[in-house]
Write a protein that binds this ligand. Structure first.
Ligand SMILES: Nc1nc2c(c(=O)[nH]1)N[C@H]1C(S)=C(S)[C@@H](COP(=O)(O)OP(=O)(O)OC[C@H]3O[C@@H](n4cnc5c(=O)[nH]c(N)nc54)[C@H](O)[C@@H]3O)O[C@H]1N2
Ligand SMILES: Nc1nc2c(c(=O)[nH]1)N[C@H]1C(S)=C(S)[C@@H](COP(=O)(O)OP(=O)(O)OC[C@H]3O[C@@H](n4cnc5c(=O)[nH]c(N)nc54)[C@H](O)[C@@H]3O)O[C@H]1N2
Ligand SMILES: [Mo]
Length: 658
């Protein structure tokens, strides 16, 4: 018998598609995009299709596994729990709960996944991470400027006359935005890409502007200079809604288009024309990606871009805005279910520097690491330090589907259910959608939802404050935040009800002054500059090239990439033809790429996709694929205020092997 069910993609993505599944005799046979959903529009990407492959993959772990003589052996859940509780009780008695590190990243946007954190909070609070790997610098920037980070709903783009795709590459990371871009273009909108690389989305744009990596702040201020000089500003908006315009104007006076041209490598004339287009073809929308804030000056970069919208009055109007994420809406939707009140003893370490910090911590040292929804061994910067940290810990537990690099470094691996085998509320600050889904098939093997694993563990540990609610009860507790939503309100993937199609229409900015703050005392208190100043990056003579690792088209970070591996098990590094000539390289030459952190090998792909000053490998490579995970090269330095990883602020050099 064939039946169809609705579900939702839980991945960390701008789109979070509504899915339809065909099920025959208890087996899911097909997954496709929900044709009735106004945003998914019946199509999904290859990652969405691979959600189904994951369910039946031969690589999937179906039983708890324990490291034994360097290999793996199956154990029962009872034995797994007995081992975990014994280890934890010993650690708690001798060192206290801070000796346990919990790493949780973005494997799934299921709200019930947060119950893993509840477990550690109920222990009294563990060592956890602050800041982030993904968007934190830009998120902080928008909070400083507007009081909270929020975006226009994607379909409002069709009302724009100018669209700057600033560092976002929707053809790779945000496919469902494309129909709106096309519609806007067909209504006469100018779509302009600002990206150092010749990205795939160029085919939807009428112009491409390619700044040097990490220099967008200077570009934005150079544009602002011209906008002010030509008096293309919206004085009414500024008078009523902007704080610090005078100080800002003073600073911007120094960033002439000529100076910005020197920094960015874009001609001053192009900067002037871009500024005029943006300021005069209103409404103008800026759609930001997250790559441009993965540099030391990332907060100010996004603040400088926000300021363009403020001075031209492109805020609070349909077709305008600076759309980055929906983090404020997610926060309003969800009440805390992690039991923050029990975490009296939490210790925070900066996420990007986990590797080194774990080795440095002494009081107490880290004795156990628990990894949920994360693959830190490939995804955190400075892999070598991360691996050393994992070696040092006495006891490592990972919950995942397969033996990832992180699972391989664990003592116990616990098998979890996929989205099709669990009840879940999916809510993501990157997309506007929220969905309540029910299991479509029973769990395969002995897989369990993460939430069940931690509920059972809490029971074994005697943690009465954890509580024993059903998934639906937890979901409804999470939904009873500012209003009282029910799980059923989100069947079929709905727009988060706290979001507005056009944010800030009421000009009710949530900053201390109630205005858009070009001058921010809050920023100053955090050690940032009050104005979005541009600070240049340091050049390193020994490492003349930038090493950039954008997100892969057919994979989600390290997930779903097995079929795409190169036959040589070496990553492909894109090298510009002129750079290739300089280093005497041809296609398929093997090179060693070096950085101050380490070295990896890769096969050359000569391509004008990249620039003379930059080499590119897609992130997500596994160690297991030949030991060339890209984060061996990246630094664990972070932006102090947001504790944002600086993945692309990475200098490198090349050496030909043969
Ligand atoms: N297919 C696919 N989709 C994904 C993901 C994935 O792994 N695969 N990951 C998801 C996640 S977690 C995220 S955070 C998002 C990210 O989505 P995006 O922000 O669109 O992409 P990233 O790969 O994070 O950022 C890299 C982009 O920023 C550009 N960039 C790098 N440096 C600069 C710079 O200095 N200036 C400018 N203007 N641009 C720069 C790169 O060329 C690239 O286009 O995508 C989500 N969607
Ligand atoms: N060099 C470089 N590194 C980067 C980036 C970059 O641009 N360049 N981007 C960064 C960004 S933006 C991000 S968001 C991070 C992502 O960092 P991670 O979230 O660590 O990356 P993923 O590879 O998606 O790993 C998630 C893991 O969770 C597992 N998983 C999925 N669903 C579930 C579930 O329901 N339960 C459990 N227990 N596990 C699950 C997956 O199988 C996978 O192994 O990577 C960062 N790393
Ligand atoms: Mo991300």
């Amino acid at each position: 018998m064939r039946e169809t069910y609705k579900s939702m993609c839980p991945l960390d993505c701008f789109d979070n598609c509504s899915l339809e599944l065909e099920v025959e005799n208890g087996i899911i046979t097909k997954v496709f995009g929900d044709k009735e959903h106004h945003y998914t529009k019946g199509f999904i990407c290859s990652k969405g299709r691979k959600l189904l492959e994951r369910v039946y993959s031969s690589d999937r772990i179906l039983y708890p596994m324990e490291k034994h003589n360097g290999g793996w052996r199956k154990i029962s859940w009872d034995d797994a729990y007995a081992r975990i509780t014994a280890e934890l009780k010993e650690i708690l008695a001798e060192y206290g709960s801070q000796a346990i590190l919990h790493l949780h990243a973005s494997g799934s946007n299921g709200v019930l996944k947060l119950l893993s954190r509840r477990f550690f909070n109920c222990l009294g609070g563990a060592t956890v991470t602050s800041g982030g790997l993904c968007w934190d610098a830009g998120d902080l920037a928008q909070k400083l400027d507007f009081g909270e980070a929020t975006s226009h709903l994607p379909w409002d783009l069709v009302n724009s006359k100018t669209i700057l795709l600033w560092g976002r590459d929707p053809a790779v990371t945000n496919l469902h935005l494309i129909p709106y871009l096309k519609e806007a273009a067909s209504r006469g909108a100018k779509v302009i890409i600002i990206n150092p690389l010749q990205v795939k989305s160029r085919k939807f744009a009428c112009e491409h502007i390619a700044p040097k990596p990490g220099t967008d702040g200077a570009l934005a201020l150079g544009m602002a200079h011209h906008i002010l000089k030509e008096r293309l500003v919206d004085f009414d908006f500024i008078t009523e809604n902007v704080l610090g315009f005078e100080e800002y104007a003073h600073m911007v006076a120094e960033m002439t288009p000529e100076r910005a041209a020197e920094i960015t490598g874009i001609s001053s004339q192009t900067i002037r024309t871009l500024a005029e287009t943006y300021a005069t073809s209103k409404p103008a929308a800026i759609v930001l990606g997250y790559g441009l804030q993965r540099y030391a000056n990332g907060v100010n970069t996004v603040r400088a871009i926000d300021s363009l919208a403020a001075i031209t009055g492109n805020i609070g109007i349909s077709g305008g805005g600076v759309s980055y994420n929906y983090s404020a809406g997610k926060r309003k939707l969800l009440a805390d279910i992690t039991g923050e009140e029990y975490a009296v003893n939490t210790r925070e370490i900066p996420y990007p520097a986990v590797g080194k910090k774990v080795q440095e911590l002494t009081d107490p040292p880290i004795k156990a690491i628990f990894c949920t929804c994360s693959n830190p061994v490939t995804q955190l910067p400075n892999t070598v330090e991360v691996k050393m940290a994992f070696h040092e810990a006495d006891f490592v537990v990972t919950l995942d589907y397969t033996l990832t690099d992180t699972a391989e470094m664990s003592d116990l691996v616990l098998p979890v259910t996929t989205i099709f085998e669990e009840e879940q509320l999916v809510a993501n600050g990157m997309s506007p959608f929220v969905g309540y889904v029910k299991p479509v098939i029973p769990p395969r093997g002995q897989c369990k939802p993460d939430s069940v694993v931690f509920t059972e563990l809490a029971e074994q540990m005697g943690l009465e404050n954890f509580g024993n609610k059903s998934p639906r009860e937890w979901i409804e507790k999470a939904l009873n935040n500012e209003k009282e939503y029910k799980a059923d309100d989100f069947i079929g993937t709905k727009v988060n009800p706290y979001l507005k199609e056009v944010p800030w229409e009421e000009k009710d900015f949530k900053t201390p002054s109630g205005k858009v703050e070009l001058f921010s005392e809050e920023a100053e208190k955090m050690g940032l500059t009050a104005l979005p100043e541009y600070h240049s990056q340091k050049d390193l003579d020994e490492y003349p090239l930038t090493f950039m690792t954008p997100h892969p088209e057919k994979a989600l970070h390290s997930q779903f990439r097995h079929e795409d591996s190169d036959i040589y098990n070496l990553p492909r590094v894109y090298v510009h033809p002129k750079t290739a000539k300089k280093y005497n390289l041809r296609n398929v030459n093997e090179v060693v790429i070096t950085s101050p952190q380490g070295e990896i090998r890769a096969l050359v792909q000569v391509s004008d996709y990249t620039r003379e000053d930059t080499v590119v490998i897609e992130e997500g490579w596994w160690f297991k694929e030949g030991g060339n995970a890209v984060n061996i090269l990246t630094s664990d330095k972070y932006e102090e205020a947001a504790k944002q990883a600086l993945y692309y602020d990475c200098k490198c050099n090349l050496r030909k092997v043969y």
